[in-house]
Design a protein. Sequence first.
Length: 499
Amino acid sequence: MARWHLSLTIPGPEDGADAPLFQRIAWAIADEIRRGRLAPGAPLPGSRRLATELGVHRNTVIAAYAELRAEGWIEATTGSATRVAAVLAGTLPPTPQAFAPTRLGVPLEAGFDLPGPAPATSWPEPPRAQYLLAGGFPDLRQVPTQALARAWRRAITRNPAALLAYGDPRGDDRLRAALAEMLATLRGLATTADDVLVTRGSQMALDLVGRTLLSSGDAVVVEALGYQPAWAAFRAAGATLLPLPVDAAGLRVDLLPDLLARHRVRAVYVTPHHQYPTTVTLSAARRLQLLNLAATHRFAVIEDDYDHEFHYEGRPVLPLASADPHGVVVYLGTLSKVLAPGLRVGFVVAPAALLERLAELRTRVDRQGDHITERAVAELLEDGEVQRHARRMRRVYAERRDVLGEALRTHLGDAVSFELPSGGMSLWARLDDALPAEALAAEALKRGVGVYIGRRFAFDDAPLQALRLGFGGLEPAALREAARRLGESAGVVGGRRAP
Ligand SMILES: Cc1ncc(COP(=O)(O)O)c(C=O)c1O
């Protein structure tokens, strides 16, 4: 019998290993082999002897050996002696850390080359604050979760064979039909289910469209100020971004011909309904000019209509896509505002030639969306629940907008100037120069109020004397309190008493 020199260290719960004992013994032996302390072909002690040495039941060692044999670490040879497998010779480098899959952690550094430096985060998290005015988030406490849960349950129990299987990469057919119907009746888009591709939020749509439409070096015109996550998606697709300013009538389309003369522009990304972040609506004249330029120069207009439902002055303005005879508009929508961002339901409407390619790319990325959730949302659209919720929330948000506007006037006076937005869930407030935005935001955060400063939306990262204040998620009383604290912060930063 061969001499047994090894003293095994069996990892235990204190090492983060809480697997059964036989498994941990097997790991310890495999680790010895991996470290080269047990050579290929080396004999192992009999199970009885090892059990005695380790002070465990023999069956535990038998189970450990069986495990090691199944994994190919050891082999039983003639005469029933157990040996380290011979074929392992020279194939395994010793590992610097214990082999057992404990919770010792994944190495921080990759053992392989990564291309370039880590990318900057495309959308930093909002500040943690008691009163979060940052971001145009909907009020999630009011989402019809019971109806959604019932619809989800119906979807998974009634249709498991269809909805739990691989399905259409364009999305659940009932949701595509329900969205098409909504677009036709409320947004003036004469669509059918075949014109719609459901995505996981508009962010996926931006990424798919970017990667399908753009090649390295292609120029994309973007609004500046604008929506960074869209820029990140286009940049990742290799595009060069050309910023175009915005004013009180939205994107300065009048400046576009000059860019078109100097660059081969492949796409223009716009938020015409409520410009992000300034909330203004693109004027009718600029809409027409944009569509005409697109048709002439054959570029795509990527229209991001992220909060269509929430328009407070009259009816919502119809999307560019509703007046697009030339097939230049790629229309993106989302249920993130009207229902909830965590559902990750967005969609694209585009000419069939593009939609087909988007579906193909989607198949490669994700295969398909979450058809159960999609079916549940389809039911909520079919029975009017989403539309009722939207109508109710429009009144709620309109009131909150007015409350915030009034509270800002009360507590900040002429230190801020703004127009009440005609839609959306945020207010764009310009700040007096005596009130530096970053200092004000920092002071407000100390008082529990989180805001986004204008710089966050700047293309050139230049400081900007403005705040974007979201009012969707806070009740009127909380909005008043947040504005009061903001006023207090302004008093500290501006060196004067709030009005
Ligand atoms: C300009 C813009 N587009 C799209 C979205 C929605 O993104 P998603 O559908 O990925 O949640 C938002 C949400 O804040 C937005 O501001």
